[in-house]
Design a protein around this ligand. Structure first.
Ligand SMILES: Cc1cc2nc3c(=O)[nH]c(=O)nc-3n(C[C@H](O)[C@H](O)[C@H](O)COP(=O)(O)OP(=O)(O)OC[C@H]3O[C@@H](n4cnc5c(N)ncnc54)[C@H](O)[C@@H]3O)c2cc1C
Length: 410
């Protein structure tokens, strides 16, 4: 391996893989450095890829497990009260998501990069320093190596050491704990909609199929939840009634067997995009609550934008603020469905009803979830949520420049 290449990508998560493909598309020689040998860094995270992210990854050679994936058609949101019908938001233009188990997705993406001409992947290699002059230090097999490149891409995830070294400590705000469980077995329904449900206040559930015979259930639990031994009864009491009838027994069994994987969820504002020859992409920039399953879509947009701009400086200057609409809506929706405050139930019902009654709002949410480039088309949804939740419209509109600001005041 030469010690000087066009681009070095730190991290072979979904966004690092996307960055490697996007740069190789433009003829760059890329080295990807990943600390793991195989498999993801966390036990469960991205499993549902909205259509624009799914399409671009499929084009780059993501191989789907034979007969073992789901092509989702939209998102459904509902409050778990009796008689409150879900609101279904289909993706635009009939586009479809991809859903598959997290570990399989990460490995399949890495395989697509390994097979890509012009890209070299170093696994079991940990980056210990990356600087804006394009230098990267890494350790592998106890050896320290120094590489240089015109462009260094930090795709090292939400705990990014590169971001911390460059911009200091920006704490993430933890808003909840996610408990994930996979329900498997013959006869379970296939969920082609990513479902978000809530029993207001305080507890949310996401349900989606990750294979024809496997359903991922994610319980969103306030961080104040009781610890064992009281935890099991608490989860049972709050979450089993939220589930569709057919999933209540399987979830109760999974809770009793302790088959849960926990992850802290929250957000870190997307503020720093890079400096000098060094660019940040994906969760390394910042992250949002996974309620919309949009983190990877945002990260892939970063990767595409970086490759299109051709330099870290142009990308950091021009791309800053992109994805703000998705982030705001995810945050607003999360607050809507999970606030433990008086009046939350009523606010949530109003918002869901508004979504049900307004085709324009549904279209705007559908665009946003499909993963189209953020822009003025998303303002109706951002503005509607912001008004209901008291987030100033200007804060949201500011991300889109003067024209968007005017639109937001209509
Ligand atoms: C519970 C949960 C569920 C989620 N569900 C979804 C979903 O369904 N759909 C969706 O789109 N998003 C989802 N997200 C968000 C999604 O997981 C992230 O947005 C996405 O993983 C970001 O990808 P990334 O490549 O930026 O970072 P990561 O996936 O974190 O990858 C970072 C990579 O960098 C490597 N690395 C780190 N440090 C170093 C180093 N020093 N040297 C070398 N390698 C290093 C790591 O090993 C890892 O492979 C979810 C998040 C959570 C918490």
């Amino acid at each position: 391996m030469s010690d000087s290449v066009d681009a070095i990508v730190v991290g072979a998560g979904p966004v690092g893989c996307a960055a490697a493909h996007a740069l190789a598309d433009r003829g760059a020689r890329v080295v990807v450095v990943e600390r793991m040998e195989r498999g993801p860094a966390s036990p469960f995270a991205v499993e549902w890829l909205h259509p624009s992210a799914a399409d671009v990854l499929l084009r780059w050679g993501l191989v789907l497990p034979e007969g073992g994936h789901v092509r989702g058609t939209g998102v459904s949101m509902h409050l778990a009260d009796e008689g409150h019908e879900p609101v279904v938001v289909p993706y635009r233009r009939g586009m479809r998501a991809v859903s598959m188990p997290h570990a399989e997705l990460v490995d399949a993406l890495r395989d697509s990069v390994v097979e890509r001409p012009g890209v070299e992947v170093l696994t079991c290699a940990r980056v210990t320093a990356a600087t804006p002059d394009g230098t990267v230090r890494l350790t592998r097999d106890g050896q320290e190596t120094r590489l240089r490149a015109d462009l260094v891409v930090a795709a090292d995830g939400r705990s990014s050491g590169v971001r911390r070294a460059l911009f200091g400590h920006t704490p993430q705000t933890v808003v909840s704990h996610s408990a994930g469980v996979v329900l498997e077995g013959p006869g379970l329904p296939v969920y082609e909609f990513f479902q978000v449900a809530s029993e207001v206040p305080g507890h949310g559930v996401a349900i989606y199929s990750i294979a024809p015979d496997a359903i991922r259930v994610v319980l969103d639990v306030p961080p104040t939840h009781p610890r064992p031994p009281a935890l099991h009864a608490y989860l049972h009491r709050h979450f089993v009634p939220l589930m569709p009838e057919v999933l209540r027994r399987p979830l109760a069994d999974a809770l009793a067997a302790g088959r849960l994987t926990w992850s802290a969820t929250g957000f870190r504002p997307r503020v720093h995009y890079g400096q000098g020859r060094l660019a940040l992409v994906g969760d390394a920039v910042g992250h949002i609550h996974p309620i919309l399953a949009a983190g990877t879509t945002l990260g892939i947009q970063d990767a595409l934008s970086l490759a299109a701009h051709g330099s870290a400086e142009a990308y950091a200057r021009e791309h800053a603020g992109a994805g703000a609409a998705t982030g705001r809506v995810a945050m607003a929706l999360y607050r809507l469905l999970s606030r433990q405050e008086p009046g939350t139930a009523q606010t949530a019902r109003m918002a869901v009803d508004q979504l049900r009654l307004s085709p324009a709002l549904r279209d705007a949410v559908g665009d946003l979830l499909t993963g189209d480039e953020p822009g003025a088309a998303h303002l109706p949804v951002v503005t509607a949520f912001s008004t209901m939740l008291g987030i100033p419209a200007q804060d949201i509109a500011a991300a889109y420049g003067p024209d968007a600001y005017l639109l937001s005041r209509r």
